[in-house]
Design a protein around this ligand. Sequence first.
Ligand code: ATP
Ligand code: MG
Length: 162
Amino acid sequence: MHNAECSITTRSPEETAAVAESLGRQLQGGEVLALIGDLGAGKTCFVQGLAVGLEIPDEAYVRSPTFSLIEEYDGRLPVYHLDLYRLSEEDELEAIGWRDCLDGESVVAVEWADQLRGYLPNRYIEIRLSIRSPEERELKFVAYGDPPVWWEGWRTTLLRKD
Ligand SMILES: Nc1ncnc2c1ncn2[C@@H]1O[C@H](COP(=O)(O)OP(=O)(O)OP(=O)(O)O)[C@@H](O)[C@H]1O
Ligand SMILES: [Mg+2]
């Protein structure tokens, strides 16, 4: 496996959230996480785990911003959570302030990031979730552009767990 990639199979929503939490703890701000996967694959579950790793208080319960498309949270870093399932035209990205999210300080987690096509920055982490059985999900991570400084260390720990 190329060192910009890694994957793991989880066997419960809790396990998916735990992997996401471990990733969330590494984040330093400016990372863009592009979540891709079918309905019910676990994208929101992943972002909920991420929220724990980013120390977003429980009161700010994280759900898919399906209608608003975007939600902002304050954890130990500023966080934008987008859900582009209902994005109908690219102009809407402008309206929700997509460019402003890429401020280099905030963490940006995007569900249905396949909708972004040409709008992703050069550096981002793709997280592809595939349904393997009712309780099993394969999570595949790919770092595009220069991987973040924490990437190699995190990837190594993750691979040891699988
Ligand atoms: N290993 C697993 N990891 C994550 N979720 C799992 C797993 N096994 C079962 N599930 C279930 O799959 C569902 C995942 O839902 P979730 O809302 O996170 O998906 P989603 O990808 O955000 O879907 P949507 O596109 O509708 O927003 C939950 O009902 C969860 O309990
Ligand atoms: Mg969702």
